[in-house]
Design a protein around this ligand. Structure first.
Ligand SMILES: NC(=O)c1ccc[n+]([C@@H]2O[C@H](COP(=O)([O-])OP(=O)(O)OC[C@H]3O[C@@H](n4cnc5c(N)ncnc54)[C@H](OP(=O)(O)O)[C@@H]3O)[C@@H](O)[C@H]2O)c1
Length: 332
């Protein structure tokens, strides 16, 4: 079934998602929500077809759409997802899904009351074939000694921060900052590959607003540690690695996964990745459509994804608390 799609948030990432959704052939954009009619219409004009623009989110979520893609600032994800679930609309919400464990638990309860609704966190990298190749390779390693996952990129909004402004993506007010925005990618990878850590610590470099601009998080497992390095105010060119004994997996970038190589430490190195789709959101869009359209066949796969999202949210909240970063959403 072609899913009637609505969107919240009209920035570039939403355009990329709608393009990916259309490439799969599983979705048709039908409804756009924006705070302003003019920006909603400008967004809708990128696409053909019969697309309604709304400035009231309730109206959009009761307009008969099947699924909503939410790419607003993180602090709004919870309330917008809750309205969608109550109205029987499937949710694809951008990372990081919600601000804290309390919000996740409330959504979880709502989902139990609306079992026909599916809820997905758009962690695009774990749906890519190259991540699956990485996972297969990790599972075949005889021993894991540790891992380091790096995602540190100078943000297009960091100039504004340096000029004295407070862009949403760097602000605790919007449940954002380096960990919530970029750290979530290496964290997702770690929890997908190795499960929940026994404990976690976050050494954050703070911004003047009390949020985090960069940081190093350490996840402690039974027999090894995983180090996550991420940030929004500098460019790192370090690659990511999973360490075996002699053998090592080398990953060009844990969020983009352009190249993944296995080095046996005895002279052989083999590329285990393949060139991915030009639009990195196609794989996740296709997975979510399949899970929505074939609910009974995919129940176990869906529950695994929901549990993964909950675990990531749990560790994300614990890391943030460890660094003493408070979001206004924590006080609601
Ligand atoms: N998967 C990825 O690769 C990727 C990449 C980038 C971002 N993201 C995620 O996408 C989400 C949005 O990120 P972004 O950087 O695009 O955020 P943003 O620019 O701060 O806001 C996104 C949209 O939300 C609306 N908005 C902005 N400020 C708002 C406010 N104060 N109150 C209510 N609505 C507001 C705007 O839409 P209107 O003006 O039309 O209302 C805007 O286009 C985040 O969760 C982020 O983590 C994911």
């Amino acid at each position: 079934m072609t899913l009637q799609l609505g969107i919240i948030g009209t920035n570039w990432i939403t355009k990329m998602f709608v393009e990916a959704a259309h490439i799969t052939g599983d979705y048709q954009l039908k409804a756009v929500y924006s705070r302003r009619m003019e920006s909603g219409q400008t967004f809708a004009d990128n696409f053909s077809g019969d697309i309604e623009v709304y400035t009231d989110v309730n109206d959009m979520l009761t307009s008969g759409i099947d699924v909503v893609y939410i790419a607003s600032p993180n602090s709004l994800h919870f309330i917008q997802a809750a309205i969608a679930i109550r109205n029987g609309v499937h949710v694809i919400v951008e990372k990081s899904a919600v601000a804290n464990t309390n919000e996740f638990e409330q959504l979880y309860s709502l989902l139990r009351e609306h079992p026909q609704v599916r809820f997905f966190e758009a962690a695009r990298h774990i749906q890519q074939d190259n991540f699956k190749a990485l996972e297969t390779c990790v599972n075949s390693m005889e021993h894991i000694s540790g891992a380091t996952f790096v995602y540190e990129k100078y943000s297009s909004r960091f100039d504004a921060y340096l000029a004295g402004e407070e862009p949403n993506v760097l602000s605790p007010k919007f449940a954002a900052g380096a960990l919530a925005d970029l750290g979530v990618y290496p964290l997702y990878a770690a929890i997908k590959l190795f499960g929940l850590p026994n404990s976690q610590h976050y050494f954050a470099t703070k911004l003047r607003n009390g949020g985090d601009g960069r940081g190093v998080a350490i996840l402690r497992y039974q027999d090894f540690d995983v180090t996550l390095i991420f940030g929004k105010g500098a460019n790192s060119y370090l690659h990511s690695e999973v360490l075996g004994l002699r053998d090592t997996i080398l990953i060009s970038n844990i969020a983009e996964l352009e190249e993944v190589k296995y080095n046996d430490g005895q002279g052989q190195e083999k590329v285990i990745s393949k060139p991915g789709p030009a639009n990195p959101m196609v794989d996740e869009a296709a997975t979510f459509a399949r899970l929505i359209n074939q609910p009974s066949e995919t129940e176990a796969e869906y529950q695994d994804l929901l549990l993964l999202s909950q675990r990531v949210n749990h560790v994300l909240t614990a890391l943030r608390m460890d660094a003493g970063i408070v979001f206004p959403n924590d006080k609601k």
